[in-house]
Design a protein. Structure first.
Length: 242
């Protein structure tokens, strides 16, 4: 018997309660590689959000957090998405995010214990370190991936574009987290202007930007026990929402 008590993923599709949530679109959708025309329910993906203003990006971050919080905490059975990345976050006509592609997701009974999943799941650059360290897999792998998505919402380009090879992404993220942690300890905020995407209109909302940065840093903790839950992430973003 599988010690994870995982149900077949088809059970997820049968959950009427799960389907009823407006911020989730359960489908294996092909995301668009470019933004052409007005967005609809199947696109564009978060990869096309580079022209979005800060407040819209903040709302997208909040919407994704709410979707993951529902998966992790409110489903009849907990769901670990296992592949949170911009391609799997689609935007509707109002730029409301929809989490998609549950092909790698796992269901976990609330009373089940967590053991190792047999093989690494996810996309390089968004994979939490415990995937390759033989640790039991929990919802905190999604939290880590969400932290990477937050960074990309803040800075604009994909993190993979900031390094020479995909294998260097994790080392770069560790260095970036250390740098941001040091910056966040001070009261000075002018550095935020230089950190966030230059395409964003100025002035930047420093409260929201700092909140996103601080949340991203906590989500990217190497020690998963120090990462927040997605419920906590939602509350953090709501507290900074004007």
């Amino acid at each position: 018997m599988n010690p994870l008590n995982f149900r077949p993923i088809t059970h997820l599709i049968k959950s009427a309660t799960f389907l009823s949530r407006t911020f989730l679109l359960i489908t294996r959708a092909c995301c668009l590689s470019a933004c052409c025309g007005p967005p609809d329910i199947t696109g564009p993906s978060l990869t096309c959000v580079s022209a979005a203003p800060h407040d819209r990006r903040f709302n997208i971050a909040s919407g994704v957090a709410k979707g993951l919080a529902y998966l992790h905490h409110e489903c009849l059975e907990w769901v670990i998405h296992c592949d949170v990345k911009p391609e799997n976050i689609l935007l509707d006509q109002t730029f409301e995010p929809k989490i998609t592609d549950f092909g790698l997701a796992k269901l976990l009974n609330r009373g089940g214990s967590t053991q190792n999943v047999s093989h690494v799941r996810g996309t390089l650059g968004y994979i939490a370190p415990e995937w390759v360290s033989s640790l039991p897999i929990t919802a905190k792998v999604d939290v880590y991936s969400y932290g990477v998505v937050l960074l990309e919402l803040l800075i604009g380009p994909r993190v993979s574009k900031l390094v020479e090879g995909p294998g260097e992404v994790h080392n770069m993220l560790r260095k970036l987290v250390r740098m941001l942690s040091a910056k966040l300890e001070g009261e000075e905020q002018s550095w935020i202007d230089g950190f966030v995407d230059s395409k964003l209109n100025r002035p930047v909302n420093y409260v929201q930007a700092r909140t996103l940065i601080k949340l991203a840093v906590s989500c990217l903790e190497e020690d998963r026990s120090k990462r927040p839950t997605m419920e906590y992430a939602v509350q953090t973003l709501l507290s900074a929402d004007d």
